[in-house]
Design a protein. Structure first.
Length: 384
């Protein structure tokens, strides 16, 4: 299929604020692999997997991995990671991430001004505009987490998925739809109620499903969004007492599965939840995005053995499920802050795994869908 009106969104981005107000200079921070981009631009589109199933919306072929990172509203940590992964001066691969993680809440959208684009989408358009224009730059795709809770981390704040399901947030949903429409067909991966089973979110399975279906109906009713917004059903292995089966719904409402990779129950080497979830996705015929990943409590220090404990098992996991795992978003963040104390996961700092990490990406070579010009990205995702 072909995404319509992409040039019109490029024109919108051309009006956005550039280098002076963009993290690390925006466009100047991104150096992509032109050889890989040329290969992608000339690659025939594949519509089926190795087993013959039809590929899902925005799903690349088997063995291909979409590269992503985050997470912040204006792509600040994304820009630091991108600068490191795309540095042409240190001999490593130029592999800037394609997906950038960002977050919104239905309640915030519900409180925006009628007749105006919601502020969250203005921020998103400006951030995307730092990386692309009609004539230059690369395509960056939002990986959007849409919440239905005011979660403060305590697990005691009631969510509002029931109210969403009952129609009390229909204005917020309309602002979501209108905001997505301002992107004019730009691809989006959207995780409604991400970490749906987490006790910190407190979603009730029946109201969560009803709220999801209400949002899904509104978005998919717009032809331009039906072809560009992929719905990601995102599960957390950190809550093993609430299985994914509790939140299952008719698969016509889902385009991708998602699972987040941290530590303990959700570690890349876990065989009790992570691998069974991937087996389930394979059985059901869905691609999986590792939507949030970070070496929690482990950090990125080579001296602390982080490569052997977290990063190598992650690459091994992806290799074992290369027909299932089609996207990976890394949180390049210093978690040594009072609310987390999870250690520093930045790969670019001295003594971290950065060089080995980039070397591993180099081994993947043209099996990566990274930030590239629009025509190469869309072809890699099977939409042009």
């Amino acid at each position: 299929m072909r995404l319509p009106s992409l040039i019109s969104f490029a024109l919108l981005l051309s009006a956005s604020v550039y280098a002076a107000n963009c993290p690390n200079g925006g466009l100047n921070n991104v150096h992509y692999n032109s050889t890989a981009a040329a290969i992608w631009a000339a690659t025939p589109i594949q519509n089926t997997s190795r087993t013959g199933r039809t590929l899902r919306l925005l799903e690349p072929a088997d063995g291909i991995l979409i590269h992503g990172a985050g997470q912040d509203p204006f792509f600040y940590t994304f820009s630091t990671y991108t600068g490191y992964m795309a540095n042409p001066n240190d001999g490593g691969p130029m592999v800037p991430p394609l997906l950038s993680m960002t977050y919104m809440g239905v309640k915030g959208l519900n409180q925006s001004t009628p007749g105006q684009t919601a502020p969250d989408f203005v921020t998103l358009a400006n951030a995307l505009g730092c990386y692309g224009s009609p004539n230059s730059g690369v395509m960056i795709i939002p990986q959007l987490g849409l919440s239905m809770t005011d979660d403060d981390g305590s697990g005691t704040v009631p969510p509002y998925d029931k109210e969403v399901a009952e129609g009390l947030y229909d204005f917020g949903i309309s602002q979501l739809v209108n905001g997505l429409k301002t992107l004019n067909g730009w691809p989006v991966f959207m995780r409604i109620g991400y970490e749906m089973n987490g006790k910190w979110n407190n979603y009730t399975n029946t109201t969560f499903i009803a709220a999801w279906q209400r949002i899904h109906a509104a978005v998919k009713a717009e032809p331009i969004l039906a072809k560009s917004v992929a719905f990601v059903w995102d599960y957390s292995c950190d809550e093993p007492d609430r299985p994914w089966s509790d939140f299952w719904m008719n698969d016509t409402y889902i385009d991708w599965y998602g699972v987040n990779i941290f530590s303990n129950h959700s570690a890349p080497g876990d065989t009790q939840c992570v691998r069974p979830f991937l087996d389930f996705a394979r059985q059901q015929g869905f691609p999986v995005i590792f939507a949030e990943t970070t070496p929690r409590y482990i950090g990125s220090s080579i001296a602390a053995g982080s490569w052997e404990e977290w990063y190598q098992p992650m690459f091994d996991l992806i290799a074992d499920y290369d027909d299932v795992v089609k996207a990976w978003c890394y949180i390049d963040w210093n978690w040594n802050q009072p609310q987390w104390l999870w250690n520093d996961a930045r790969i670019e700092i001295p003594g971290a795994v950065g060089p080995e990490y980039r070397s591993k990406w180099a081994a993947l070579d043209t099996n990566i869908v990274h930030a590239m010009p629009m025509n190469a990205v869309l072809r890699a995702l099977g939409v042009q």
